[in-house]
Design a protein around this ligand. Structure first.
Ligand code: ADP
Length: 260
């Protein structure tokens, strides 16, 4: 069943359409990756879905939501560059966010403890956020996004700024969370989408150019062989070709990769 239905969603800055009539559905219980190169419109799309940015046109429908309800109640959002009060401890910060989300003091305290444990930070409850690593901050960011028990968790490039250990921990956490949450995350890294997601939404120049389950896309793109060189970062793309040949091929067809 579709949890979220997006129809002809567009965003224009001046005269430029940065999200261009994007339509897709998100199934309840699935983990979907919004994948595309830098500048494709991923952040703009997620910000519109989260209720932080007003679309120029198009509709966003959350199944079962009352017309006048605020979509932010249903969605938890981790921005690409989350901001914290560095002088607070993780626990203090989550209680603060919980109170902003209208939880009682007691509820906010209980929920904070549960979430710190869930994201693997319970041992750092008393540590100030200023002393957290990048990966710990991202995990705290996930906890704050979940404070109000959202139905959908949206994560903007959750692993792209992390070192290999932080990245691995975050992917493991997402793997755990997807057991009982619907997740939409953005990435420009093909391997991460392949590892974690059930569905792909491939975005280029604001348009959804391909979508579907991994199995469907694998079948569609498996036949032709790819023998290419790249003028970007060859090592990274080689790794990604191995991880996800069908998406790489799709990138090439859409001129998203520069072929030498
Ligand atoms: P992505 O997350 O895929 O890297 P973004 O959604 O951040 O892409 O950006 C899509 C395009 O919209 C880019 O060309 C970016 O420069 C442009 N853009 C984003 N925000 C603004 C803004 N506030 N004003 C004007 N242009 C913007």
């Amino acid at each position: 069943m579709a949890l979220l239905t997006v129809e002809k969603l567009s965003k224009k800055y001046d005269s430029t359409l940065v999200v261009d009539h994007a339509s897709f559905q998100l199934e309840a219980g699935k983990c979907a990756a919004l994948i595309g190169p830098n500048g494709a419109g991923k952040t703009t799309t997620l910000r519109m879905l989260s209720g932080l940015l007003k679309p120029t046109s198009g509709t966003i429908t959350f199944t079962g939501m009352k017309q006048d309800a605020d979509i932010r109640e249903k969605i938890g959002y981790l921005p690409q560059h989350p901001e914290f009060f560095k002088w607070m401890t993780g626990q203090e910060f989550l209680v603060y966010v919980g109170r902003l989300a209208n939880l009682s003091k007691q509820e906010a305290e209980n929920r904070s403890k549960q979430l710190l444990e869930r994201v693997g930070l319970s041992e750092s409850t008393k540590r100030r956020i200023g002393k957290y690593s990048g990966g710990m901050k991202q995990r705290l960011g996930i906890a704050q996004a979940m404070i109000h028990r959202p139905k959908l968790l949206m994560l903007d490039e959750p692993v792209s700024s992390l070192d290999p250990i932080g990245r691995r921990n975050m992917l493991t956490l997402m793997e755990e969370l997807k057991q009982d949450m619907t997740i939409l995350f953005s990435t420009h890294i093909l391997g991460d989408a392949d590892e974690i997601s059930d569905e792909l939404l491939l975005l280029n120049e604001g348009k959804i150019v391909e979508s579907g389950s991994m199995a469907k896309l694998r079948q569609k793109y498996q036949t032709s062989k790819i023998e290419l060189g790249f003028n970007g970062n060859p090592a990274e793309y080689q790794r990604e070709i191995v991880a996800l040949p069908f998406v790489t091929e799709c990138y090439i067809k859409q001129n998203l990769l520069h072929v030498t």
